[in-house]
Design a protein. Structure first.
Length: 181
């Protein structure tokens, strides 16, 4: 099969694993929140909840999220090998910057995972709710960047990402108030 025929298949696989990677990154902080909140429960509740939440977290992290990150990256590298001209595009440089941020987010989630296993995590559930929005902001940035490419207006894009972050934080505050009632 020639490279131009192979490209759509590799691109499809890349997209599938990006989606499953983000799915894991969206859900893992929720499991972290539940574990943090389980520590505030009675001993009986904590002894039931924590082992189950830790098992769910381990399975999500090592069966879905990590493999998806690796496969998304391998297929991305293959795509760049098939279409090296993309590396000459300025939007691709910005996208790769967001990919670096995504990996930093991923590695920080891994560090939090290890802290929770040792019961040394200092994050509050509200801090974790804010952290949970990091992958959403990266996803919005990358999708708009990839779809709009050179038509992307940087000023509007930056203002839009800031507005999205503010809206997410306001939503979290509203949710907190509703939970406290």
């Amino acid at each position: 099969m020639e490279a131009y025929q192979l490209y759509p298949y590799i691109k499809s696989l890349h997209l599938i694993f990006v989606i499953t990677w983000f799915s894991g990154l969206f859900y893992i902080p929720r499991l972290f929140i539940y574990q943090i909140e389980a520590h505030q429960k009675t001993k009986i509740e904590r002894d039931i909840l924590l082992p189950q939440l830790q098992l769910m977290t381990k399975r999500l992290w090592f069966i879905i999220t990590w493999p998806s990150a690796i496969l998304a990256t391998l297929f991305a590298l293959w795509l760049l090998h098939l279409a090296p001209d993309w590396l000459q595009e300025s939007w691709m440089h910005v996208k790769l910057g967001f990919v670096v941020l995504l990996f930093a987010y991923h590695f920080k989630c891994h560090a939090i995972y290890k802290q929770l296993l040792k019961s040394t995590c200092k994050w509050t559930s509200n801090q974790m709710r804010l952290w949970n929005e990091g992958s959403t902001i990266i996803l919005f940035s990358v999708v708009f960047l990839v779809i709009l490419k050179n038509a992307f207006n940087w000023i509007y894009g930056v203002v839009g990402i800031i507005a999205l972050a503010i809206l997410l934080m306001l939503g979290i505050r509203l949710y907190k108030r509703l939970r406290e009632k």
